[in-house]
Design a protein around this ligand. Sequence first.
Ligand code: SF4
Length: 346
Amino acid sequence: MIQTAFLGDVVLTTPLLQALRDRFPAAYLAVLVIPGTREILSGHSGLDEVLVYDKKGRDRGLRGIRLIVRLLDEKRFDCCLLPHRSFRSALLAFAAGIPMRIGFVQSLGCLLYSRRVWRDPSRHEVCRNLQLLGPLTPDRSLDRAVPTEKLWVSSDTEDPEWASRYLAEHGIHPNDRVIAIAPGSVWATKRWAPDGFAAVIDGLIVQNKRKVVLLGSHDDRPVVDEILKRCREKPVDLSGKTTLRQFAAVLKRCELLITNDNGAMHVGVAQNIPVVAIFGSTTLSLGYGPFTDRAEVVERSLGCRPCGKHGYSECPLGHFNCMKLITPEQVMTAVERMIQAPPQGL
Ligand code: SF4
């Protein structure tokens, strides 16, 4: 399988990996990903190997494409699934001579596939990805509205006690109830306001007696700094300080995740914690919502939503009401509902 997209896309591909392993237990299964998402897949029971394509670094340009084509060719794969719809992914599989190349009709390189599958825009991305198995199996269970396969991420740190010790070093103890906040996103129109997050953090700490951890990558630092400047109560700031697996391990310890529509949201779902997701310029209709029934989406009903598949660096209409109209009270109401809901399985 080739999936060289971002973290969230990779996590949304893990049910397909599981379905592949369940249906072809003896097959040698490998996935090609970018360096940034490699660790989150290590240890997946559906995988024999994780290959890395550093398309923006070591393997950039034509030389890199040649290297990866040679690598894929040497492995003599019989089949390649292409959930990632880029032309480059299609080219890699085609040039490597993989006989069966299954991808979506709507992909840029679909003419380079040997089998094309309709990508149903009305379904969740997890279900759309599972449809790629269609040419390999007559299994009608792929059409189920809610597949049995779950999202998965690796949180195996070198030490199983790592998260507890790490949080203790930051003043969070085993009996503390912890809520995580992931306020970042690559796209500005998918980021809720720092004022809003700061008000929610203060409320969680003072009224709800929770500890709060801020999570994110290095790239999220400017956003996190803006939030910290506005907080009266100080959360524990772990953004940019953890690896992806450590990030997942910390999430596993949390009671709830409050997040924008971003990769962290899918990692939280994979860690089976409840999620409050704040949606701005995107909507659930695009098929990338939290893949769980333990989530609540906070959003405003506006005619301009969704204004794009991903997001923008600024609101195309200038008012940014999709996020500006979301209040801390709205988010806190969703949080209260989620933390009062009985744990799954009761
Ligand atoms: S156009 Fe509408 S949905 Fe898009 S960013 Fe602006 S307010 Fe949000």
